[in-house]
Design a protein around this ligand. Structure first.
Ligand code: S3P
Length: 172
C-alpha cells in the first residue's frame, strides 16, 4: 500500500485545517482535492456548481481522485461528498489509510455558520435542515469506508492531530 493518509468527513468537520496541521507534524505533503480541482480547472467550486451543476462537479472530483494513484506519503483532505461514489472510496482505500473525522450535526452547523454560503450544496435559507438531511444520507457511508474514526466535537485542533498520531502509531 502507498502509505497516504486520507481524511474524509462532512463539510465543516475540519479535514483541511487538521490535515494541514497533521502534515506539518508528520513532515508529509498536504493535498486538498477541492483545491486541486479548482487549480486544475482554473475555476472555483462555487462557480463549477453554478455554471455546470453538481453532476459535472462529481465527474471532475472522480477524475481528480483517480489522478491520486501515484501519490505517496501525503495527507489528502477530500471534499465531503467524495464518498458518494463507491469508485472513489475504492481508489482512496487503495492508496492509503482512510480516517473519518466524525462530527455531530450540531457541531457541523456551529462550524459552518459563517461559511455555509461558500458551500454550494447548502447555500440555502434552511441550510441547517440541509446539513441534517445530507448527514443522514452520508453518515453510514463515511463510517463504512473508514479504517479509523476520530470524534472531533469539542476538541482543539492539536488534540485531534495528537489523537490521529496516537492511533496511527498503535495500529500501523
Ligand atoms: C461537498 C463538500 C465540499 C466541496 C463541494 C461538495 C459535499 O468540500 O467538495 O462543495 O458534497 O459535501 P468540503 O467538505 O471541504 O467543504
Amino acid at each position: 500500500m502507498k502509505q497516504n493518509i486520507i481524511l474524509i468527513g462532512f463539510m465543516g468537520s475540519g479535514k483541511t485545517t487538521n490535515g494541514r496541521r497533521l502534515a506539518k507534524k508528520l513532515n508529509m505533503k498536504f493535498i486538498d482535492t477541492d483545491d486541486l480541482i479548482e487549480e486544475n480547472n482554473n475555476i472555483t467550486i462555487t462557480e463549477i456548481f453554478k455554471r455546470y451543476g453538481e453532476k459535472y462537479f462529481r465527474e471532475l472530483e472522480h477524475k481528480m481522485i483517480k489522478e491520486l494513484v501515484d501519490e505517496h506519503s501525503s495527507i489528502i483532505s477530500t471534499g465531503g461528498g467524495v464518498i458518494i461514489n463507491p469508485d472513489n472510496t475504492k481508489y482512496l482505500k487503495q492508496i492509503g489509510i482512510v480516517i473519518y473525522l466524525r462530527s455531530t450535526v450540531d457541531n457541523i452547523c456551529n462550524n459552518l455558520r459563517n461559511s455555509y454560503k461558500k458551500r454550494p450544496l447548502i447555500q440555502k435559507k434552511n441550510w441547517m435542515d440541509e446539513v441534517k438531511s445530507l448527514m443522514e444520507k452520508r453518515e453510514a457511508i463515511y463510517q463504512n469506508n473508514a479504517d479509523i474514526t476520530i470524534d472531533v466535537d469539542n476538541k482543539k485542533h492539536n488534540q485531534i492531530v495528537n489523537e490521529i498520531c496516537k492511533v496511527l502509531n498503535a495500529r500501523y
